[in-house]
Design a protein. Sequence first.
Length: 68
Amino acid sequence: MQEPIILLADEPTGNLDSENSREILELLKKSNKEYNQTIILVTHDDEIAKEASRIITIKDGKIADDSK
C-alpha cells in the first residue's frame, strides 16, 4: 500500500454540504495522525482553515501571514 508523506488538497470541500465537508475534514485529520502525513489544504473557507495547525495566508501572490 502506498503511504505518501504529503497530501495535497485543493478545495476538497468546495462543493459539499456541511455534513460531507465535516466527514472529509475528519478523514484528512485521521490520515494526518495515523500515517503522519503532511496535508497541504487550500481553502477560501475560514471555518475550515481554523481546523489547521498552521495557516499560511496568501494575498496577491505573496505570503501575507503565517500563523501557527
